[in-house]
Design a binder for this molecule. Structure first.
Ligand code: FES
Ligand SMILES: [Fe+2]
Length: 366
């Protein structure tokens, strides 16, 4: 029996949509294998031969920088007998991708260039090459798309309901990654997205954050009197940090009184504060498990200045992140109850509703 309609509330996801392995598997196909997914920062691939191993949908993907300094992405699988090729991201591998099983090696452009114990002419090497997938970059952020029919990345971002291209003015491409945090959240990826999309929980869960951003204590994510989706920082606050007035450099296009955030469907969060940007990706592992990876970006001069306490910024954001993960895990445990049928949203959760709408469009379920 379906959950009742309730006046003033909109239906969100059902218990099954938070918990079912079959629905989770179909999401990987209909959402994560169809659209552009954020996978990490491009400055992790700054040299020829640098690698990034990432998960998109149910696939392991290998991204490399080739000899022409272009990005190339491949399914992370050898075309000889199917061994997974690379285990880790990193630098210093040189210009060949060598399979750990029989040591066949591929160029950075995916061509088979070496097969030990075999004469060059003994089989048709041209017919064996890595299977390429689409990779592109926006503001120093790498995206992969497994579907050749999807629109180009910039078009995808332009059409996005949360308007991420409005963040272009902050010049994220020029910022430097100072630290990457990885958390394993025992929660469905949609629970995490819904949580990010509303601030009804902020006064309860994030008291420290509300002290810095007063509008959050009212349950709203943006200040109504602003036309730019921003939130005002409290008087005397100029950094989302345990320390104020450190003399940190502002990121380009930013002032010292504002905070912006955007969710980029399906798996990316961007949080812009006066002196730093946190870019997060959700990697769905199972109906009840999501890996949360956050890169903390700063202006290059700050990243190089050891006299600054950037940990005060990173640790504050990490605290908020852990508070969010803890409540999301609590939700996930609750959704498993037979007494839970369906989540609801109030009109104050309208960004979460937009997410549900986009999800319904993709999955065509009701
Ligand atoms: S499976 Fe990769 S070289 Fe044999
Ligand atoms: Fe939160």
């Amino acid at each position: 029996m379906s959950a009742p309609e309730i006046r003033g509330l909109q239906k969100s996801f059902t218990r099954d949509e938070y918990t079912s392995p079959a629905i989770f598997a179909s999401e990987l196909e209909t959402i994560f294998s169809k659209h552009w997914c954020y996978v990490g920062r491009a400055d992790k691939l700054s040299h020829i031969g640098d690698r990034m191993v990432c998960n998109v949908g149910s696939e392991s993907i290998l991204i490399v920088r080739n000899r022409e300094s272009q990005l190339r992405a491949y399914f992370n699988v050898c075309q000889h007998r199917g061994s997974q090729l690379c285990d880790e991201s990193g630098s210093g591998y040189g210009a060949a991708i060598t399979c750990p099983y029989h040591a066949w090696s591929y160029s950075l452009d995916g061509k088979l260039v070496g097969a030990i114990h075999h004469e060059k002419e003994s089989f048709d090497r041209e017919c064996i090459s890595l299977k390429q997938v689409r990779v592109d970059e926006w503001q120093g952020c790498l995206f992969v798309c497994l579907d050749n029919n999807e629109v180009p990345l910039l078009k995808w971002l332009e059409n996005m309901y949360s308007k991420p291209l409005e963040l272009d003015k902050f010049g994220m491409a020029g910022l430097k990654s100072v630290r990457t945090t990885v958390d394993e959240a025992q929660a469905n990826w949609k629970v995490l997205v819904e949580n990010y999309s509303e601030c009804l929980h902020c006064s309860v869960v994030h008291p420290e954050f509300c002290d810095l951003v007063p509008v959050f204590a009212t349950g709203r994510t943006i200040d109504k009197d602003r036309g730019d989706w921003g939130a005002n920082l409290a008087d005397g606050v100029n950094s989302i940090s345990f320390k104020q007035n450190q003399g940190l450099t502002l990121i380009p296009g930013m002032d010292d009184k504002s905070l912006f955030g955007a969710y980029v469907y399906p798996n990316m969060l961007i949080d812009v504060s006066p002196d730093s940007v946190a870019v997060t990706t959700y990697i769905p592992r199972s109906p009840t498990h999501t890996t949360v990876i956050t890169d903390y970006l700063f202006p290059a001069d700050m990243a190089a200045d050891s006299s600054l306490d950037l940990n005060a910024v990173i640790d504050f954001n990490d605290l908020v992140n852990h508070q969010d993960i803890a409540v999301s895990e609590r939700v996930q445990r609750g959704t498993a109850s037979s007494a839970f049928k369906q989540a609801y949203h109030t009109e104050m959760e309208k960004y979460a509703m937009q997410f549900v709408k986009q999800y319904r469009q993709d999955t065509q379920t009701h």
